[in-house]
Design a protein around this ligand. Structure first.
Ligand code: SAM
Length: 303
């Protein structure tokens, strides 16, 4: 760390100011923690974690290691997929007793492809406050460095692990004009990238964001057709944690023929997307693929 930053008394003053801010009792604090780099925690999160009576977390070992890096140690409550409802009742009782309880996950923002949503829902339904302490999230970090935000984004998270369900999910997403945001684990990265190219065609852009904020951070931009090859070129590229961003479907605002648009709209009231595209292609002489994309967008209300 540069000396000026290490000895910066402004940071200490800020911490003191923030710890004098309101941290209401009887509240659940949904607290983001780093996605890799220990420095990516907010001063407000550090103050809250210091003040909290207990910390609800996904994995007590991971969280106690994280807390130790900041010189903290707190009573931990394990809250995971299988016990979230049951733990919610205990946490609500403690909150009614006036405690401040933080909710953290193993990395990033709780409840984003992580446990926490059911607990939050139960606490809010009990009439208690839920206070977000925003910070790192892999999806937002990747998007911010992608340059792919022209048409907004659609957060997918993890695709289903079974191939048939994954491919069905991709077909549902195929016509969306928004950038798709996916999380993926290293053991599935190759198959997923292959499935994306098959489902969407090779031309769309993909951004592969790997190990964000960590030592081996890498952000690779290419077309879907070239992504598998890039991963295969160096086995190290298949290691670590991944966010995949895929450019949305081209927005078809004009079929090039107002008549084709009119025909598609009529056919869609009676036929499936694929039948409508096939018939419209025969009637208008336009390309079926292009009409299919347009029909999907009309059906999803995207144009
Ligand atoms: N709650 C977290 C968030 O706010 O981003 C996400 C938790 S989810 C269980 C974990 C997945 O997020 C990983 O499998 C990976 O896809 C992605 N991820 C987490 N940290 C990452 C990082 N440092 N770089 C790239 N992707 C990351």
């Amino acid at each position: 760390m540069p000396e000026s930053a290490a000895s910066n008394s402004t940071v200490q003053r800020l911490m003191e100011d923030i710890s004098r801010q309101q941290f209401p009792a009887s509240a659940l604090y949904v607290t983001a923690t780093p996605i890799g780099n220990t420095g990516d925690i907010t001063l407000r999160a550090l103050c809250l974690l210091t003040l909290a009576d207990a910390i609800a977390c996904e994995d007590t070992r991971n969280t106690s290691q994280l807390l130790a890096r900041y010189g903290l140690s707190k009573p931990l409550i394990a809250v995971h997929e299988h016990n979230e409802r049951e733990r919610a009742a205990q946490i609500i009782e403690r909150l009614h007793g006036g405690e401040r309880i933080a909710l953290v996950s193993d990395a990033g923002t709780p409840a984003i492809s992580d446990p926490g949503a059911r607990l939050v829902e139960a606490v809010a339904a009990a009439g208690l406050r839920v206070i977000p302490l925003p910070g790192a999230s892999a999806a937002i970090a990747a998007l911010s460095a992608s340059g792919l935000l022209d048409n907004g984004f659609h957060f997918v998270g993890f695709l289903p692990s079974k191939a048939a369900q994954r491919d069905a999910a991709l077909q549902e997403l195929r016509a969306l004009p928004a950038t798709l945001v996916l999380y993926e684990a290293p053991h599935r990265i190759e198959q997923t990238v292959g499935a994306l190219a098959l489902a969407f065609g090779g031309e769309r852009k993909i951004v592969i964001a790997r190990e964000l904020t960590k030592l081996f951070e890498e952000i690779h931009r290419c077309q879907l057709a070239d992504a598998a090859n890039w991963l295969a070129t160096d086995k190290n590229r298949q290691r670590g944690e991944f966010v995949l961003l895929v450019e949305g479907a081209p927005v078809v605002t004009d079929t090039g023929d107002a008549e084709a648009q009119r025909v598609l709209e009529i056919l869609l009231t009676e036929c499936t997307v694929s039948q409508a595209a096939a018939l419209a292609a025969k009637i208008t002489g336009q390309k079926k693929n292009r009409l299919y994309e347009h029909a999907l967008q009309l059906k999803n209300g995207a144009c």
